[in-house]
Design a protein around this ligand. Structure first.
Ligand code: SAM
Ligand code: SF4
Length: 337
């Protein structure tokens, strides 16, 4: 093990992990208010001048791809579809050499309209968040009556060829924890790939409770009441989802058990916030400022050097189960989920 960060090459940390998957938050704002993510009144949004401009984002993604070995770029937020320059940013990132794979995590509102342009710009895939198929529940859970828009967005993404279309679902006890089989039936019927995500302590209201969260084991037990699940023979690699074949396959279902089965040892992620800070982990309590350096005139080599130094300091794990665990001060919507 070397004691100092590498001066060239990929984004390595002191535990031997290499970050190749970059998550870029394009905005901290959102048109929904999911209860596990944001308070009803929203948050104190980042002031405009602090946000990276479209060119600044493309430049930093370029540094990651050309100098640091990043091969996957995912745009997220907040809600990335509300960023006006999104299509242009995707097109510019798709023109980078070597071309990274490009995906988007979105709540799906407006995706029916935007999917063809995003596809044409070079977007490869989407993940759409959908936690319930019941319109009343959807309105309670997201505090907005927009279920039909999300379903339209899913259909639009599939029609535009942004496949495989994946659905991310978070289950909450007493809210939608009875919907695992129904969500899987829906996904199978439409050819979408469903993944459940254990709820994490990243809500701005600090309402998360380990004792009441719905665990991966509970989700699997609920699915097994209706489906035959067998371990997926495909290699998992650094993918956070553990996957199962449904009724013999080829359809699959995934569970991302960040809390009860952490996969930090295989993590290959690095994150750039909408205001230009590098975060090595969703749960990091430190950030590293690239925006300041970029605006002060740093060249690409210097930006790459700063990114390597930040990555070297990445912690071994998120430590949610550690009694000394501290929830990060930024909520998920401001980090980029
Ligand atoms: N607005 C987009 C969306 O909802 O897909 C992108 C940003 S959102 C923060 C990204 C993902 O994080 C969503 O799938 C959402 O369900 C998930 N998420 C948000 N808060 C979470 C929490 N406390 N625990 C687990 N997942 C969460
Ligand atoms: Fe918005 Fe996504 Fe957070 Fe829901 S989970 S409030 S859609 S950022």
């Amino acid at each position: 093990m070397t004691a100092a960060p590498p001066t060239d090459g990929v984004l390595a940390d002191r535990y031997g992990r290499v970050a190749r998957d970059l998550r870029v938050s394009l905005t901290d704002k959102c048109n929904l208010r999911c209860t596990y993510c944001m308070p009803a009144e929203g948050l104190a949004w980042l002031p405009g001048p602090q946000l990276l401009g479209d060119d600044e984002i493309v430049r930093l993604v370029g540094v990651a791809v050309r100098l640091l070995g990043v091969t996957e770029v995912r745009f997220t937020g907040g809600e990335p579809l509300i960023r006006p320059g999104l299509v242009g940013i995707v097109a510019a990132v798709a023109a980078l050499e070597p071309r990274p794979r490009i995906s988007l995590t979105t709540n799906g509102i407006g995706l029916d309209r935007l999917a063809p342009a995003l596809r044409a710009a070079g977007l490869d895939r989407v993940n759409v968040s959908l936690d319930t198929l019941d319109p009343q529940r959807f309105a309670r859970l997201t505090r907005r009556p927009r279920l039909a828009d999300v379903l339209g967005g899913l259909a639009g993404a599939a029609a535009a060829g942004l496949t495989p279309v994946k659905i991310n679902s978070v289950l909450m006890r007493g809210v939608n924890d009875d919907e695992a089989p129904g969500l899987l039936r829906f996904a199978l019927a439409h050819g979408y790939e469903l993944r459940f995500i254990e709820q994490m302590p990243l809500d701005a209201q600090h309402g998360w409770d380990r004792r009441t969260m719905v665990t991966a084991d509970e989700i699997l037990a609920s699915l097994r009441g209706e489906f035959d699940l067998t371990p997926d023979p495909a290699e998992r690699g650094a993918a956070p989802a553990e996957t199962w074949l449904v009724d013999g396959g080829p359809a699959r279902v995934g569970v991302i058990a960040s809390v009860t089965r952490p996969f930090c040892g295989d993590c290959d992620r690095t994150r750039l916030t909408a205001d230009g800070q590098i975060r090595t982990c969703l749960f990091a309590t430190e950030e590293s400022d690239l925006r300041g350096a970029l605006r002060a005139g740093a060249d690409d080599d210097e930006l790459a050097r700063r990114w390597r130094v930040a990555t070297w300091e990445k912690r071994a794990g998120h430590g949610i189960d550690d009694p000394a665990f501290l929830q990060p001060t930024r909520p998920m919507s401001a980090i980029g989920g």
